[in-house]
Design a protein. Structure first.
Ligand code: SIN
Length: 362
C-alpha cells in the first residue's frame, strides 16, 4: 500500500498498461481511501464515510481516465516528502527513477537517507529536471562521503571536485564508452558517482548500467567455483586513455601520468548489504591471478559477456538537467558512443561528474 501522490498515479499507469491484475491495492491520498480489487474488477473509493463502488472499472477507459483525473486534482502534500517517498524501477534488475520537484533544495538527513536507501536497493537512481548548481552538486555528493580526485583528469578551475566530461561535436569517441566500474584500478575504487547532464544530444549518448550482484548470482556455477577465491589485476591504462584521446578533457597537471595497477578480489562483498558482487570489468581487468594467461583470458571473456547480458541492465536516456547516482561497487556502466561518422550525429555532449571515495574491496 502506498501513500504517495506519484505512487498512486504510477500504480494506475503500471497496472493499466501492464495488465497486471491478480492482486488488491489499497492506498490513501489525503482524505480518500482507494481500494482496487484488480481480479474482481471493482474499485472502492471511500471519502468522508461514503463509499463509491465502481464495478468493472478496468473495462472502461473512461473510468480509468476519470480516476486519474480525480487523483490529479486532489491537493498535494508537501513536495519534498512525497518526492523522496516515491521511486519506481527502471527495469526489474536495476535502476529507479525518483520523481518530484526541488528534491535537492533541502538536503535534510531524512532526504539524504532516503536517497541513499534507494540507491543501495536499486543501485542506480535517476532524477529529471533538477538544474543543480555546482555548489548544490558538491553539497549533495558530500552527504555520501569524502570526494575523490581523478588520477588523470583535471577538475574545473573553480570547482576541482567536478570533472567535466565533454564530447565535442566533431569527436567520434566518448569518455567511458565501454563497460567499466570507475577507477577499479585504484587501491580504493570509487564508492559512488553523481553525474549531472548539462548538454545532451537530441539523439544518442545514453548510458547503460549493469547489476553486478545479479551478475554474480546468475554466473555459471563452474566459473563461480573457479574464481570465487581469486584476485584479478586492474590496470589504469595511463593518461592517454583518459585525456589524449579526448580533445576537451584536461589532464591533471599535479598528477603522475604513469600506468599503474592493483589487485582486487574477483568477488567482493558489499560493505553495507553483505551481498556478493562480481568485481571485474572489461575495461580495466587484465588478468586473473594464479591462472595461465590463456585460461585467464578465456574465463574473463565469458564473464564480460555475461556481465553485459541485457537482462541485468537498464539504459538511461538523458535529458538536460538530469542526475544519475550509481553505486560504483555493485554497478558497471557504459556511455554509449553512438555518434558514428556519417550518421549525422555530430552533437556535443557535456556532463559534470563528482566521485565519492570508496574503500578497499574485500
Ligand atoms: C563515465 O564513464 O563515468 C561517464 C558516463 C557518461 O558520460 O555517461
Amino acid at each position: 500500500a502506498g501513500t504517495g501522490w506519484f505512487q498512486v498515479q504510477r500504480l494506475f499507469a503500471d497496472r493499466l498498461h501492464r495488465q497486471h491484475w491478480c492482486c488488491t491495492d489499497c492506498f490513501t491520498v489525503r482524505w480518500t481511501r482507494v481500494c482496487v480489487d484488480w481480479e474482481c474488477l471493482h474499485l472502492d473509493i471511500r471519502f468522508s464515510g461514503v463509499c463509491l463502488r465502481v464495478p468493472r472499472f478496468r473495462t472502461t477507459s473512461f473510468f480509468c481516465a476519470a480516476i486519474e483525473l480525480y487523483l490529479c486534482i486532489l491537493p498535494k502534500p508537501p513536495i519534498v516528502d512525497i518526492a523522496i517517498a516515491i521511486s519506481w524501477t527502471v527495469t526489474v534488475s536495476i535502476g529507479a527513477e525518483i520523481i518530484g520537484k526541488n528534491i535537492f533544495d533541502n538536503l535534510t538527513t531524512t532526504v539524504c537517507d532516503k536517497i541513499y536507501e534507494t540507491l543501495i536497493e536499486h543501485k542506480v537512481i535517476f532524477f529529471r529536471d533538477h538544474p543543480l548548481s555546482s555548489e548544490q552538486h558538491i553539497a549533495l555528493a558530500e552527504k555520501f562521503g569524502p570526494l575523490e580526485t581523478h588520477a588523470y583528469v583535471q577538475g574545473l578551475d573553480d570547482h576541482p571536485e567536478i570533472v567535466r566530461i565533454v564530447k565535442g561535436e566533431e569527436e567520434k569517441n566518448q569518455w567511458g564508452e565501454n563497460w567499466h566500474s570507475d577507477v577499479s584500478y585504484n587501491t580504493k575504487p570509487t564508492k559512488a558517482v553523481i553525474l549531472k547532464s548539462i548538454k545532451i544530444p537530441p539523439v544518442g549518448g545514453d548510458t547503460c548500467f549493469s547489476n553486478m550482484e545479479l551478475a554474480w548470482e546468475t554466473l555459471d556455477e563452474k566459473i563461480k567455483d573457479k574464481i570465487k577465491d581469486k584476485k584479478a589485476v586492474h590496470t589504469s591504462l595511463g593518461a592517454e586513455f583518459f585525456i589524449d584521446d579526448y580533445k576537451y578533457m584536461q589532464g591533471n597537471k599535479k598528477r603522475n601520468y604513469d600506468e599503474y595497477e592493483n589487485e582486487h578480489p574477483i568477488v567482493r562483498t558489499h560493505p553495507e548489504t553483505g551481498k556478493k558482487i562480481l568485481f571485474v570489468n572489461w575495461t580495466y581487468t587484465k588478468k586473473i591471478i594464479g591462472l595461465e594467461k590463456k585460461e585467464s583470458d578465456e574465463i574473463l571473456e565469458k564473464i564480460f559477456e555475461h556481465q553485459a547480458r541485457l537482462d541485468l541492465t537498464c539504459r538511461f536516456r538523458w535529458t538536460e538537467n538530469a542526475v544519475a547516482i550509481w553505486d560504483n561497487r555493485s554497478v558497471q556502466h557504459y556511455a554509449i558512443s553512438d555518434f558514428f561518422p556519417g550518421r549525422g550525429l555530430g552533437y556535443e555532449r557535456i556532463m559534470d561528474r563528482i566521485a565519492i571515495e570508496g574503500d578497499r574491496p574485500n
